[in-house]
Design a protein around this ligand. Structure first.
Ligand code: ATP
Ligand code: BTN
Length: 320
């Protein structure tokens, strides 16, 4: 029925009353209103004026699976794409459908319960960004899975340009604000430690025009940085194209093979940082990244190696 209402709106020049739509389609006016509301939630801009009715003023610029596929030059990554208008979280959807093939991409216009690390929330408004998760079935030791986050960070950095840098381990920042976050989750056999699957979720703020108050100081988007709208399909494809070779290298040779480039892109290095782990905190200078992707910090208590996981690393005087 939603499609039929849309068709009527598209074919009408100007306004059409709710009463007319209801009689044309044989449904109640309340039902018409309900469908109009649902269409608005999908991004259709529908004006409503008392005594005149409804008018379609703009259609959403949705993600196009075909355009992403056309721009891909990968073998496996993103060759299979599951697109949804809205859902709880693309990471959750990938986990629910983990029987799908290696490299499957889950991508949505909007997430209603987008997740960040440590149970935090990820703001994922309709049409504003690339909310996507890759389902991966890597052949690697369990302990190396967190390195996939680092590989994804490198791929996003290469793909978005704009002087993006990596805030170790999982944030991509432009200047001192975050433009992308990465959340990697996995399932493994408790007895053998063999990996069932890994879900690597990436949230890139593309066309978000403004953020809620509490995020203004630490979040940014490509739109905010450049003053123009960007093509989400092309950016998503670029990320996947960059990710595949980095991921393959990681699987074959380990993090050591991408460490140099990662370190070059890592804004955390050579900075005074606060390392926060649960209720403990220490400070020091970030001096390097080891063969396993751990951050090396010269702290008061000597050199410590900080592996990702439940740890937060912040700048001494701000977020970065
Ligand atoms: P860290 O704890 O590693 O220093 P962080 O504070 O950025 O980093 P993360 O868990 O990596 O925390 O990211 C989740 C946080 O990101 C949320 O708590 C929120 O503050 C912020 N956030 C939520 N949505 C967005 C968004 N769309 N863009 C940028 N930041 C966001
Ligand atoms: C973080 O910075 O803490 C990680 C944020 C990860 C957000 C992405 S958006 C796509 C995928 N689905 C989610 O629920 N989270 C990740």
């Amino acid at each position: 029925m939603r499609e039929r209402i849309l068709k009527v709106l598209k074919e009408t020049d100007g306004y059409i009353s709710g009463e007319k739509i209801s009689s044309m389609l044989g449904i109640s006016r309340a039902a018409v209103w309900k469908h109009i509301k649902a269409l608005r939630e999908e991004g259709y801009e529908i004006l409503s004026v008392t005594n005149k009715g409804y008018r379609l003023s703009a259609e959403p610029e949705n993600i196009s699976v075909d355009r992403i596929k056309d721009a891909l030059d990968t073998k496996r990554i993103g060759r299979n794409i599951v697109y949804m208008s809205r859902l709880d979280s693309t990471n959750e959807e990938a986990k629910r459908r983990a029987d799908m093939s290696d490299g499957t991409l889950f991508i949505a216009e909007r997430q209603e319960s987008g997740k960040g690390r440590l149970g935090r929330q990820w703001e994922s408004p309709r049409g504003g960004g690339i909310w996507m998760s890759l389902l991966l079935k890597p052949d690697m030791p369990l302990g190396s899975v967190s390195e996939i986050t680092l590989a994804a960070g490198l791929a996003v950095c290469r793909a978005v340009g704009c002087g993006a840098m990596i805030k170790w381990p999982n944030d991509i920042v432009v200047g001192s604000r975050k433009i992308c976050g990465i959340l990697t989750e996995m399932s493994a056999e408790p007895d053998t430690g063999s990996i069932n699957y890994v879900v690597c979720g990436m949230g890139v703020n593309v066309n978000i025009k403004s953020f809620p108050e509490e995020l203004l100081v630490k979040a940014t988007s490509l739109f905010i940085e450049t003053g123009e709208k960007h093509d989400r399909d092309m950016i998503a494809a670029r990320i996947l194209n960059e990710f595949e070779p980095v991921y393959e290298l990681l699987c074959r040779k380990g993090f050591g093979a991408i460490r140099e480039e990662y370190a070059r892109m890592c804004i955390t290095l050579d900075k005074e940082v606060r390392v926060i782990y649960r209720k403990n905190e220490t400070t020091g200078r970030a001096v390097g990244i080891d063969e396993n992707g751990a951050l090396l910090v010269d702290a008061k208590e000597g050199r410590i190696s900080v592996s990702s996981g439940e740890v937060s690393v912040r700048g001494m005087y701000g977020y970065v």
